[in-house]
Design a protein around this ligand. Structure first.
Ligand code: ZN
Ligand code: ZN
Length: 590
């Protein structure tokens, strides 16, 4: 990094994590390591840039950031470097830090390989393991050499390859269903997907599944034999890790019924949530792990006394708090809220009464307006906004002013027919107006003025520099005919980075003008994400959750958008399409 380079939150967080890695290798004080990890996690989850926080509130206001780390961040923002961290980096080679990423290789092993065999890179580690040189070290055998080689292979395959939740959830759910079907009745008493999938995180590493069974051997056997399992990489009596044919890793654990509450809590995470929870338990004299609580002797209970919880909620209640929904467990204030009876009434799938962004054969949708309407009705919706692409988007045929008139006639005809059939359903007429290079819309104002709900989205020029694209986006938000800003950042998870927008400025403008901000529920988009959605509500914006459906099947994607909304602490009131159609329309800015 050179001077006066802007430091992103991600870069700052990564740097703090590297410092924590180095401190771990050097066997530094555990609490110092935790402090850096917590600060990194907290910065990763901020909805605003570090620079703006520094200017407005001071860096010490960031949760988990104390004076020392705040000073370091200031130095980083001003110079692009932190001298203390640079010196630390000279003491521990980068390659040794990289070695810690190999599965099963903790800081202790990495340090020994470095100190005793002078191995300072993953490449050297691979060579040494292949040549059988690790076996001469105490505690390392042929087996651990094989494990390390396998781990390096997995690491290479997985590096930076977190799986979008939309790719992981369907196979994980199918796996659970297939496992149940493969076993005798009663072999599985409980089963649930835990981990980041249960928290509805947008991408995931591995899938964690937990089960209760009185016949774990049968469960293990059936699991490994499922047809979608490509390879069993570790098999024990109650735990098994497999790789699916899609490359996804799935870990299954069978636990006892009395441990279910603590196990589900532990394996749901996140780490950021579980660390302060453990500290809270410790303060009360209990050590918390995946089995339950054990008295440390520092509280009222005699040392070694154990407590088990068959339900998660009972564990949280024992620790003096309500059970936070999994989506909130990111250490973003949910522990305090759970202690004070202030957990939000989160939005659910059932709260949504209609959608405001979707496509038909008039643009790139696969189905007619009527087919989409019938599918929306089948989901129990009371309305659906026909919002085909306007002209202006090169790769897709768009609707022009003439076709808008034809479409209006068709929609009026269909609404009349639905009414005659006694159906309580209304098609709305809108468009997904294309934002042109100069910030104007693909359809003239007088056409937009005839429509019920105008969504405006940027599909082209997403790589413009920050000033240019922010200015263009603000122009859209200030357009009096634009009701909803569609998939604001234009990102595609794992494929296309978000536009370099000044989101703080965009969201403030949306709040000011009454422009509704979309959470696009397509799992490749999830745009706004949870962080921005929460910030949007803080700033006073209203949101809409839409599938951007191009076929009836796409309407099933809504749950991913609800997942984002729940992670953003949203209540039904924050989302306009939880309302009956007339109340919803009354909230639009026109
Ligand atoms: Zn779009
Ligand atoms: Zn669309």
């Amino acid at each position: 990094m050179s001077d006066s380079v802007t430091v992103t939150n991600q870069q700052a967080a990564d740097l703090l994590d590297q410092v924590a890695d180095r401190l771990q290798i050097l066997d530094a004080n555990r609490f110092r390591v935790i402090a850096f990890r917590n600060a990194a996690e907290s910065i990763r989850n901020l909805g605003r840039t570090l620079a703006s926080i520094q200017a407005e509130d001071g860096l010490e206001k960031i949760p988990g950031v104390g004076k020392g780390i705040a000073d370091a961040l200031r130095e980083l923002l001003e110079t692009g470097h932190v001298q203390e961290f640079d010196e630390l980096a000279e003491n521990v080679p980068d390659g040794v830090i990289a070695m810690m990423q190999v599965p099963d290789m903790g800081p202790k092993k990495a340090r020994r390989l470095w100190e005793e065999l002078d191995i300072t890179s993953i490449e050297q580690l691979r060579a040494a393991a292949a040549a059988g040189e690790l076996a001469q070290l105490k505690g390392f055998g042929k087996k651990s050499e094989e494990k390390i080689l396998k781990g390096i292979e997995l690491l290479a395959a997985r590096q930076d390859e977190r799986t979008p939740a939309g790719d992981a959830r369907p196979p994980a759910e199918k796996l659970v269903g297939d496992l149940r079907a493969a076993l005798a009745d009663g072999d599985i008493i409980r089963i649930e997907i835990a981990g980041s999938l249960r928290r509805w995180q947008e991408t995931i590493g591995d899938v964690d599944i937990l089960a209760v069974s009185e016949n774990p051997a049968a469960v293990m056997q059936a699991f490994g034999a499922l047809p979608q399992v490509a390879e069993v990489i570790a098999a024990g009596e109650t735990k098994q890790s497999v790789i699916l044919t899609t490359g996804l890793q799935v870990d299954l654990r069978v636990v006892e019924a009395r441990n279910w509450g603590a196990a589900l809590q532990y394996f749901t995470g996140s780490k950021a949530h579980n660390v302060p929870l453990r500290e809270l338990a410790l303060k009360r004299g209990w050590s918390l792990n995946e089995y339950g609580l054990t008295a440390t002797g520092s509280g009222d209970a005699p040392e070694g006394e154990a407590r088990f919880f068959s339900e998660e909620a009972a564990l949280y209640a024992f620790l003096g708090m309500a059970c936070p929904p999994p989506e909130l467990r990111e250490n973003r204030g949910e522990i305090q809220a759970a202690q004070n009876g202030r957990l939000p009434q989160l939005i659910t799938l059932d709260d949504v009464r209609g959608e405001l962004h979707g496509h038909t054969t008039y643009s790139d949708g696969k189905n007619t307006i009527e087919e989409m309407a019938r599918a929306a009705m089948a989901r129990g919706y009371g309305y659906w906004n026909v919002s085909d692409h306007s002209v202006g988007l090169g790769v897709v045929q768009g609707v022009d002013a003439e076709q808008i008139v034809r479409q209006a006639e068709e929609i009026a005809r269909l609404n009349a027919r639905f009414a005659a059939e006694g159906l309580d359903f209304r098609l709305l007429h809108g468009t997904e107006a294309e934002v042109l290079a100069d910030g104007t819309m693909g359809l003239p104002d007088e056409v937009l003025a005839t429509l019920d709900v105008v969504v405006a989205s940027i599909h082209s020029g997403l790589r413009q520099d920050r000033d240019a694209i922010t200015t263009r986006c603000l122009q859209v938000v200030h357009n009096p005919h634009v009701d909803i800003l569609g998939h604001p950042t234009g990102r595609l998870i794992g494929r296309r980075a978000p536009a370099d927008l000044d989101m703080e400025a965009v969201l403030r403008a949306c709040a000011e003008t009454g422009t509704v901000v979309e959470i696009n529920a397509n799992p490749m988009r999830l745009d706004l994400n949870d962080i921005y959605a929460r910030r949007a509500v803080e700033l006073g914006c209203k949101l809409a959750i839409n599938c951007d459906a191009h076929s009836p099947a796409d309407l099933a994607l809504l749950r991913y958008g609800i997942g984002v909304a729940r992670r953003a602490w949203l209540t039904p009131d924050d989302v306009i399409n939880t309302r009956p159609v007339d109340d919803m329309l009354a909230l639009l800015k026109r």
